[in-house]
Design a binder for this molecule. Structure first.
Ligand code: SF4
Length: 220
């Protein structure tokens, strides 16, 4: 991708992030510390979409920078993708929380919040035009594939996402970190299989453009 195109897309994303930062469509828009729009290569071939910002992300205004984010970085590195080569964002740009005895706790975004925030996500997908979308966790998968999506049964296969983009679903890194005992190995094996499928699709040769048949009628 040439430098001008990268700069053009970066500018579009910067403009869109200003609109997201001003948004207060949901209650969580008033509760957040920072709007977490997304970051990465504006020309990324892979776009990673999680559910929503957590506490560290809310503090720093950046997606996937806590423990789950560090694991995501290692997962991407394992398939030869440095974090800077992908684009990382979430279905909602504000941190969804529940009030607990020790202060706010993370929760999954609800359907209304995801619907309210969807134009920002669609705009990101439109600007970046990734070759593949990787949805992390059930809420992100449901935002693309409907509320009946069951991650344990339906992850690990290719779906068609926005802009007809191939879409893979795997477990969220935070879910992997919550596993204990023998479950850890089993979940990691499934995630590894999903990541390898993503790598294999990225490595597929580009489909050649169909040849245009020039006839005399189209010349004159
Ligand atoms: S979650 Fe999205 S739609 Fe809701 S207030 Fe935040 S930016 Fe706006």
């Amino acid at each position: 991708m040439d430098r001008d195109e990268r700069a053009r897309r970066a500018e579009l994303l910067a403009q869109a992030s200003i609109a997201a930062a001003a948004c207060r469509k949901c209650t969580i828009g008033y509760e957040r510390r920072n709007n977490v729009y997304g970051e990465g290569d504006p020309c990324a071939r892979l776009m990673v979409v999680g559910e929503g910002p957590g506490e560290t992300e809310d503090q720093l205004g950046r997606p996937f920078v806590g423990k789950a984010g560090q694991l995501l970085d290692r997962m991407l590195a394992a398939i030869g993708l440095p974090r800077g080569d992908v684009y990382i964002c979430n279905t909602v740009k504000c941190r969804p929380t529940l009030q607990g005895p020790n202060g706010p706790r993370n929760r999954a975004p609800d359907a209304d919040e995801m619907e309210n925030c969807r134009p920002f996500l669609d705009e990101q997908i439109e600007i970046i035009a990734p070759q593949i979308i990787l949805a992390l966790g059930a809420p992100a998968a449901k935002s693309f594939l409907g509320r009946d999506f069951q991650i344990t049964r339906m992850r690990g296969q290719w779906y068609i996402g926005p802009r007809d983009t191939p879409l893979m679903v795997t477990f969220h890194p935070a879910y992997i970190l919550r596993q204990t005992g023998g479950e850890i190995g089993a979940v990691k094996r499934l995630v590894w299989a999903d990541l390898k499928a993503v790598r294999a699709k990225l490595d597929e040769p580009p489909v050649p453009e169909p040849a245009i048949e020039i006839t005399q009628a189209s010349l004159f």
